[in-house]
Write a protein that binds this ligand. Structure first.
Ligand code: PEP
Ligand code: MG
Length: 586
């Protein structure tokens, strides 16, 4: 059986499926006989007791480690378990519907969540996540599913899940997670981005992978084209083993470029830098020949923990990163939470449109004390290397000025404390909202550099949710609207003599590299593993030819035509690449 999804992280892996069910469960709707009703009620009671004791345990542990205040939030969870109305409703429906108790329980839970989410009362709305959390815990116990953290896996497996959050993915270790596949998710969701950074092949948006794949099934995951083969025959296995080999040979050839500059045949030089989420990725950044870090997604430092990181803790982490890079630049992006990245320790209310909501710089400007802790840590680390600071989700000049003013306050606080930092630290703005892209002539006067965040810029300009697999076909970096915005950003930056980089996933796509180079992009920042191939393209074309490609691409009416055109030109300009690609595809 073959399944087709959205390619999220390239590479081929072959291994056994592990069904990870931390978030959602496929709940069977089994019919039951009348005489089985008491048995089902007893199962529910048992699951409730088990859940209660699990919550008590967690509460005890947190209370011991962090104080009672932090453990108190679980009282709300216990209250949900003791809600007789909910339990009575499950028992009543069980008798009426004669379906297994997990099915009935899941339906009642869904109804509760629906009712709560429609209420005007903010307090009640915030209880949704309590009901959801506890409900899933009860379901897990009813289904007898084991809860495992992805960091605790003992064997090498391919993870199959309904969804994985960016923080789940951050817990994965390449050592045991060979690859993963999910039912939902889009190509530039942070889960997909994280997989690329960790070099874990992944396919997302498969819709029914968790229903079709059973635990222990043998899987082939081809992350480059989004294919999953379930229980392949011997021939298929042989073919994919051979492909794996070719992949690694091509990879080795490209790694030979590690110490070479990203310079075109006619001498135009650009920078190829890396995006990182975790300091552990630095070895991979260096081994792939990055000229620095173009995007350090610092929010991962805030994830998978129960408290906010202190100034000292952050300072040490940022210092460790900059000192590894000596003179090469490191761009620390300030906290960009929200959208599809949530932090358990911050009580951010549930929103209808999280990508359009209280995220990134909006959150930081509203919480200057949290923001300043991070800014002081970044400033302190700037004394130890070439560290720059960049603000995410800037929508206009006023917001940018506000962020810079808070940075100045943080500088002043350090001066008072007589702590050294780079007084001349360079500041940048991410251009990832159409309003910023259209006013970047004004924004360019306020900062030292721009970095284009195409992951968000595309979702906002084309109105395509970046994590929704149903509309992923509309998510087109080559859409004429996107290309025009990119051209405007680069030209406006250059007019004000500032450099313009790109740290969205588009910068790591081989064929698009040709257009971006031709449009005059100065810095290409991407997941480390993508650097060698982009460098290879840049080193094998002439800047003059790339400019021609960009010029023509801008005249084409659809994203599809642009894609077809650049792919064709790429192979014409670098015939060697076509040979290698064909080899990999056969
Ligand atoms: C972007 O939006 O392109 C970007 C690089 O930021 P993130 O993916 O973290 O939103
Ligand atoms: Mg973004």
């Amino acid at each position: 059986m073959d399944l087709k999804g959205i390619p999220a992280s390239p590479g081929i892996v072959i291994g056994r499926a592990f069904l990870f069910d931390a978030r959602r469960f496929i709940v069977p709707a089994k019919k039951i006989k009348e005489e089985d009703i008491p048995k089902e009620i007893a199962r529910l009671e048992e699951a409730l007791i088990k859940t209660r004791s699990e919550i008590f345990e967690i509460q005890k542990k947190i209370s011991k480690e962090m104080g009672y205040n932090h453990a108190e939030i679980f009282n709300a969870h216990l209250m949900v378990l003791e809600d007789r109305m909910l339990i009575e409703e499950v028992i009543e429906n069980l008798k009426k519907e004669r379906k297994c108790v997990e099915h009935v329980f899941a339906r009642v839970l869904e109804k509760y969540i629906n009712v709560f989410s429609k209420m005007d009362d903010e307090y009640l709305k915030e209880r949704i996540s309590d009901i959801d959390d506890v409900g899933k815990r009860v379901l897990k116990n009813l289904l007898g599913a084991k809860e495992k953290s992805l960091s605790e896996l003992k064997q090498k497996v391919i993870v199959v899940a309904y969804d994985l959050s960016p923080s789940d993915t951050a817990m994965m270790h390449k050592k045991n997670v060979m690859g993963f596949v999910t039912d939902i998710g889009g190509p530039t969701s942070h889960t997909a981005i994280m997989a690329k950074s960790l070099e874990i092949p992944a396919v997302v948006g498969l819709e029914k992978a968790t229903a079709k794949i059973k635990a222990g099934d043998m899987l082939i995951v081809d992350g480059g084209n989004g294919t999953i083969i379930v229980n392949p025959d011997a021939n298929m296995l042989k073919k994919y083993h051979a492909m794996q080999q070719k992949f690694s040979q091509f990879g080795k050839t490209l790694l030979g470029l590690r110490d070479e500059p990203a310079q075109t045949l006619d001498g135009h030089r650009v920078e190829t830098t890396a995006n990182i989420e975790l300091p552990e990725e630095i070895d991979s950044v260096i081994s792939h020949g990055a000229g620095g870090i173009g995007l350090y997604r610092t929010e991962y430092f805030y994830m998978n923990r129960r408290d906010l990181p202190t100034e000292d803790e952050q300072f040490e982490a940022y210092k460790k990163v900059v000192t590894r890079f000596k003179k090469s630049p490191v761009v620390a992006r300030t906290l960009d939470l929200g959208g599809d990245k949530f932090l358990s320790q911050l009580e951010v209310p549930h929103e209808m449109n999280p990508f359009l909501g209280w995220r990134a710089i909006r959150f930081c400007l509203a919480q200057p004390e949290i923001f300043k802790v991070q800014l002081r840590a970044i400033l302190r680390a700037s004394a130890f290397g070439n560290l720059k600071v960049m603000f995410p989700m800037i929508s206009g000049v006023q917001e940018l000025k506000q962020a810079i003013a808070i940075l100045e306050e943080a500088k002043e606080e350090l001066r008072v404390r007589k702590i050294k930092f780079n007084e001349d630290i360079k500041t940048g703005a991410m251009i990832e909202i159409p309003s910023a892209a259209l006013t970047c002539d004004l924004l360019a006067k306020e900062v030292d550099f721009f970095s284009i965040g195409t992951n968000d810029l595309i979702q906002y300009s084309l109105a395509v949710d970046r994590v929704n697999e149903k509309i992923a076909y509309l998510y087109k970096p080559t859409h004429p609207a996107v290309l025009r915005l990119i051209k405007n950003i680069i030209d406006s930056g250059h007019k004000e003599n500032i450099w313009v980089g790109m740290c969205g996933e588009m910068a790591g796509e081989t064929a698009f590299g040709l257009i971006l180079l031709g449009l005059g992009l100065d810095e290409f920042s991407m997941s480390p593993a993508a650097i060698p191939e982009i460098k290879y393209v840049i080193r094998n074309v002439r800047f003059e030819d790339a400019k021609e490609v960009a010029k023509k691409a801008l005249t084409l009416p659809t994203g599809e035509e642009v894609e077809e055109f650049v792919n064709k030109r790429l192979y014409e300009l670098i015939p060697k690449l076509k040979k290698i690609d064909n080899k990999i595809k056969t």
